[in-house]
Ligand binder design. Structure first.
Ligand code: NAD
Length: 251
C-alpha cells in the first residue's frame, strides 16, 4: 500500500500548465488531489481527467476563507492533508520605473502572500497528521535576476527564502519544505516567449510540465532527507551561458 493512501494533497494553480501535471503525478501516488484554481472550466476538466483521485475547488490563493474551505474539503474528501504544492503564479511585464504599483502588489499577493497563507493555514493540519511535505514552485527568477519582471523576481526570491524559514520551523514536526526552480517551461504562461529565452541554455529547448512534475513527485516521495532545499529544473540555464566562441565557429 502506498504511503499516501488515505491522505490528501492540494495543488494551487492546478487547472493547467505545471500545476495540472503535478496534480496528475500526485494522483498516481494514490494521493487524493484538490485542484485549486481560479479557472473553473480548466480546473474541472483537469480534475475529471484524474477520475476519483481528484476534485476541483475554486480558490484565489490570496483569500483566507477560500483556503480554509479548500483544506476542509481536502480532508473531508480524501483524508488527512499530506502534501501542499504552492504552484499558482502570475507574471507581469514592466521595468522598475514602469510597472504600476498596484501590479507590483498584485504579483506579490499571488506569488508570495498566497503560498505564505497556504502554509500558515495548512501547517496545523500537516502537524496533526504526523507530518507532510510542502513544495513551493519558485523559478530560476528566484535564483538570478531578469530585467522587466521585477515583481516576479522579488516574489520568487521571497518564496525561496520563505521555504527555508518554514523548513527550519517545521523539521521537528516532520514537515519538509522545498522549493523548485523551473526554467522556461511550455505552458500558457510562456506561450508568447520566443526561442531567445532558451538559445544560450545547455539544453536549448523549453521544458515540459511533466518534467517539473517529476521533480515534485521525487521531492514528495523519495527525497526524505531533504528540506529547505532548492531543486532546479532549468535545462542548465543557471549553470551559465553557452557562448558560441569564434574558435568553435564552423565545427
Ligand atoms: P500557467 O499560467 O499555465 O498556470 C498558472 C495557474 O495558476 C493558472 O491555472 C492560473 O489560473 C492559476 N492562478 C493564477 N492566479 C491565481 C490565484 N490568485 N489563485 C489561484 N490560482 C491562480 O503557468 P505555469 O507556467 O504552469 O506556472 C506555474 C508556476 O510555475 C507559477 O508559479 C510560475 O511562476 C512557475 N514557473 C513557470 C515557469 C514557466 O516557464 N512556465 C518557469 C518558472 C516558474
Amino acid at each position: 500500500m502506498s504511503m499516501f493512501s488515505g491522505r490528501s494533497a492540494i495543488v494551487t494553480g492546478g487547472a493547467r500548465g505545471i500545476g495540472a501535471a503535478v496534480a496528475a503525478a500526485l494522483a498516481k501516488e494514490h494521493l487524493g488531489v484538490v485542484v485549486a484554481d481560479l479557472l473553473d472550466r480548466d480546473g474541472t476538466a483537469t480534475a475529471e481527467s484524474l477520475g476519483a483521485h481528484a476534485i476541483f475547488r475554486r480558490l484565489d490563493v490570496a483569500d483566507e476563507d477560500g483556503w480554509q474551505a479548500v483544506i476542509a474539503d481536502a480532508e473531508a474528501m480524501f483524508g488527512p492533508l499530506a502534501v501542499l504544492v504552492n504552484n499558482a503564479g502570475i507574471v507581469d511585464f514592466g521595468g522598475v520605473e514602469v510597472e504600476p504599483p498596484v501590479m507590483f502588489r498584485h504579483v506579490l499577493d499571488v506569488n508570495l502572500y498566497g503560498p505564505w497563507l497556504g502554509m500558515h493555514l495548512a501547517g496545523p493540519y500537516l502537524r496533526r497528521a504526523g507530518g507532510g511535505v510542502v513544495v513551493n514552485i519558485s523559478s530560476t527568477a528566484g535564483l538570478i535576476g531578469y530585467a522587466d519582471v521585477g515583481a516576479y523576481v522579488a516574489s520568487k526570491w521571497g518564496l525561496r527564502g520563505l521555504t527555508k524559514a518554514a523548513a527550519l520551523e517545521w523539521g521537528s514536526s516532520n514537515i519538509r519544505v522545498c522549493s523548485v526552480h523551473p526554467g522556461p517551461i511550455h505552458t500558457p504562461m510562456t506561450a508568447d516567449m520566443d526561442d531567445s529565452a532558451i538559445a544560450a541554455q545547455p539544453l536549448a529547448r523549453f521544458g515540459e510540465p511533466e518534467e517539473v512534475a517529476a521533480m515534485v513527485r521525487f521531492i514528495v516521495t523519495e527525497a526524505t532527507f531533504s528540506t529547505g532545499s532548492e531543486f532546479i529544473v532549468d535545462g542548465g540555464a543557471t549553470a551559465g551561458q553557452v557562448l558560441h566562441m569564434p574558435s568553435s565557429a564552423g565545427e
